[in-house]
Design a protein around this ligand. Structure first.
Ligand SMILES: Cc1cc2nc3c(=O)[nH]c(=O)nc-3n(C[C@H](O)[C@H](O)[C@H](O)COP(=O)(O)OP(=O)(O)OC[C@H]3O[C@@H](n4cnc5c(N)ncnc54)[C@H](O)[C@@H]3O)c2cc1C
Length: 439
């Protein structure tokens, strides 16, 4: 439902429904409340969230590897929030890439850009963590403290009619709202939106699990493997306190890909015996933008609109939520306002993803067989012997793994002189530097 006429900005007393209390929904509320307070307007916000983040396992979890990029950490600081120490499971300062016989240690290039690991819910299903450990519970509690009412129900449908407030229905309630913000992610069917042409983003399925640590490891090191099973781009072991998150990214991964990945780690001696698998899920991740993600009195944020390809989805949830909150306070809530002031932000994420797609395709080639692969391996090994400031490819891999830089800047870095110089060094220097042994 799109009108050419303008609808005013949110005024004092305007009612806003936020469907979904994951990061995008909570970030939207936090930015909206902050902006409204600064403008001297009191808006009424209701967040509908059916999940209970204080529960362990899938019931309380929005299913992700739980790496927070530095822009999320900074975004929270900008909101005046400090992530409680009980929520922080790890401070990541090193990635170790295991690639065939090669082990490449990638140190955090800029310690000021902090990268954290967290649990989205209260940890693995069979773990012993508490509600205090959940990142999403922390965010939602901050949204509540900022003044939002939380309704623990699933929204079933919303009806938009020209010139009228929208009607939001759950199984037990029905209420009218001046603005509806869809922050429902991509892992549930969105509510039926009568009067809108919303189509959720295309997705692919991933696999992940949590295992218990049998022996102490460095809590700040993520180990990345890329050899098995076929189709794997990266498989990561992300430390989270007494546990490790195991997640895989790839195309056409076999149905039992996680089993094969863990078996390969056992064969390498990385895991002792059969790992104790404590959770396990096959969440979906968006690979493109939604369509019809805004209209009169309607805007979708976070994954429900667009996400950063494969990495830092929480960062893009923050970016879209912050922008949408600004638009409804400063410009208006009509389709035209979102078209002019919100769509460019969604498109910039989508455009950057194209560079990301290109980089992941390149990585697939590099990690395969042949000349490109040999040159790639040699370059990383040669860089290990250079001063940290000269390790251009290692640094770029850090940003790929953490999602802590736009894909475009990673690609430009790859095409830069320091990058080419290291490739030349690796190609001309003979013999190939001694290869360190796995694991
Ligand atoms: C395997 C995997 C690993 C990932 N790893 C990372 C990572 O390490 N770092 C990172 O930044 N990102 C990661 N992501 C992406 C990240 O999980 C998402 O980008 C992020 O969760 C998006 O936040 P959101 O609020 O838009 O959606 P979600 O987190 O999915 O939240 C949506 C919320 O809406 C609620 N909801 C849905 N429908 C309704 C309804 N009808 N009524 C009421 N409530 C509803 C749900 O219960 C949920 O709480 C990963 C994704 C996957 C699949």
């Amino acid at each position: 439902m799109n009108s050419a006429s303008a609808l005013p900005v949110l005024r004092a007393g305007s009612r806003v429904a936020v469907i979904g209390g994951g990061p995008a929904g909570s970030f939207f509320v936090l930015h909206l409340m902050r902006g409204a307070r600064a403008a001297g307007r009191r808006v009424e916000v209701t967040v509908f969230e059916r999940r209970r983040f204080e529960l362990p396992g899938p019931a309380g979890c929005n299913m992700c590897a739980g790496i927070l990029s530095s822009r999320v950490v900074k975004g929270l600081q900008d909101l005046g929030l400090r992530i409680p120490s009980s929520v922080i499971m790890g401070r990541l300062h090193r990635y170790v890439l295991h690639w065939r016989q090669t082990t490449v240690v990638i140190e955090q290039p800029d310690p000021a850009r902090e990268i954290l690991s967290v649990f989205r819910g209260a940890g693995p299903k069979q773990g012993g963590l508490t509600p205090d450990n959940s990142f999403d519970a922390f965010l939602l509690s901050q949204a509540e403290a900022a003044g939002a009412a939380i309704v623990p129900e699933r929204v079933l449908e919303v009806t938009f009619s020209p010139g009228e407030p929208a009607i939001v229905r759950t199984a037990h309630t029905q209420a009218s709202f001046d603005l509806v913000v869809l922050a429902c992610g991509v892992n549930t069917r969105p509510p039926t939106l009568f009067g809108m042409n919303y189509q959720k983003p295309p997705t692919i399925t991933m696999a992940q699990d949590e295992i218990r640590l049998r022996r102490p490891t460095d809590p700040g090191s993520v180990h990345v493997y890329c050899d098995e099973p076929p189709g794997l781009l990266f498989g990561g072991l992300v430390p989270k306190g007494d546990y490790v998150n195991v997640s895989m990214l790839g195309h056409g991964l076999p149905g039992r890909g996680l089993d094969q990945f863990l078996a390969a780690l056992r064969a390498r001696g990385v895991l002792e015996g059969e790992p104790e698998r404590l959770c396990g899920c096959r969440p979906r991740v968006a690979t493109g933008p939604a369509s019809g993600y805004y209209g009169d009195r309607f805007v979708a944020v976070g994954d429900a609109a667009v996400t950063r390809l494969y990495k830092d989805g929480i960062g893009s949830a923050l970016e879209t939520a912050r922008c949408a909150a600004r638009v409804v306070l400063e410009h208006g809530i009509s389709c035209r306002d979102f078209e002019r002031h919100y769509r460019p932000v969604v498109r910039s994420i989508y455009h950057d993803n194209r560079y990301g797609d290109w980089l992941f395709r390149l990585w697939r080639r590099v990690k395969g067989e042949g000349l490109l692969s040999t040159v790639g391996q040699r370059t990383l090994m040669v860089e290990q012997q250079l001063a940290p400031a000269w390790r251009t490819h290692s640094r770029l891999l850090w940003y790929m793994f953490t999602g802590d830089a736009p894909y475009r800047s990673i690609l430009l870095g790859l095409l830069s002189w320091p990058s080419l110089r290291n490739v030349l060094l690796a190609t001309w220097r003979q013999p190939i530097p001694e290869v360190s042994q796995n694991p």
